[in-house]
Ligand binder design. Structure first.
Ligand code: CO
Length: 293
């Protein structure tokens, strides 16, 4: 079947889909290779954050024009909220069950997470279960944005590429990562180290992990920073970016930093709004597809 998938890709390039003999199907039947990409995100109910997901989908469709693209959200709360607004989003389990039922043979489940934390590992378990059940010929889970050292390098380059144009070198840009209790939280401090080798006034903090805002404030003071740009290091500029980062409440990063005497400029753009970050996820899909050959 591996070789058949290679053939399938070749045939797609030539513009037609072959029906191939499927040994597993028995009864002498034929089964066409049917490939799919399932994009999986935590989800968002913020209308304005949808631009991030639309951008990812556009880029994925451009890169793999002959492969069907579907979505699943891992957050039950967000799916329920959206259902209340008449928008039906599936969980990864339901989305994969539908794809198996519809005869997909090769599926790449692409994690749109930033790090391989708890949600990513949950997703791996779901995909592994479908592999065990024999739901597909092949199923693979694509890595989140920051997985390998090569990904870290690309993430650093992406950060450098999206800095606010008007920012001066003695001004800081603080990126807000999500952060987690999961051991993968260490990626944020690792990224902080690596990005500062290129630009010492870039910092990475997190809402729910380490480095915390207090640590960032100490670093900003040590560097005699006066002006700070805030940007999310999350795929969408959703609830955390709008409220925890840029909100008017006293405990938002904008408010706390302003109270500490910094001039603060929040920028509400998720990483998935920029081609540089999206390219990392898109290439991870390609890695999985090549693994099928
Ligand atoms: Co959160």
């Amino acid at each position: 079947m591996k070789r058949l998938f290679g053939l399938f890709v070749l045939f797609l390039a030539m513009g037609f889909v072959p029906a191939v003999a499927d040994a597993a199907a028995g009864h002498g039947g034929t089964k066409a290779v049917k490939a799919g990409i399932l994009l999986v995100a935590f989800g968002t109910s913020e209308e304005s954050a949808q631009v991030s997901f639309d951008h990812i989908e556009t880029k994925v469709r451009q890169a793999y024009p002959d492969i069907e693209v579907r979505w699943a959200y891992t957050s039950h709360i967000i799916r329920r909220k959206l259902a209340g607004q008449g928008k039906q989003l599936d969980s990864p389990e339901i989305a994969l069950a539908k794809m198996a039922d519809e005869g997909f043979t090769h599926v790449v489940v692409q994690s749109l997470h930033t790090i391989a934390g708890a949600e990513y590992h949950d997703l791996r378990r779901v995909a592994d279960s479908f592999a065990l059940m024999g739901g597909f010929e092949r199923i693979a889970v694509g890595d989140p944005m920051m997985t390998t050292q090569e990904d870290m390098k690309r993430t650093v380059e992406a950060m450098l590429a999206v800095l606010p144009g008007e920012r001066k070198k003695d001004e800081a840009v603080v990126f807000m990562g999500h952060g987690t209790h999961h051991p993968a939280n260490a990626f944020y401090a690792a990224l902080n180290f690596q990005v500062q080798r290129r630009d010492p006034h870039l910092f990475i903090g997190t809402v729910e992990g380490y480095p915390e805002l207090d640590t960032i404030i100490a670093l900003l003071q040590e560097n005699s920073i006066k002006k700070v740009y805030l940007m999310p290091l999350m795929s969408v500029a959703g609830d955390h970016a709008k409220n925890d980062m840029a909100g008017d409440e006293a405990d938002s990063w904008k408010s706390v930093l302003t109270a500490e005497g910094f001039e603060v400029v929040p920028i509400l753009k998720g990483t998935a709004e920029f081609d540089e970050f999206v390219a990392i996820w898109v290439d991870h899909i390609g890695d999985s597809l090549s693994g099928f050959r």
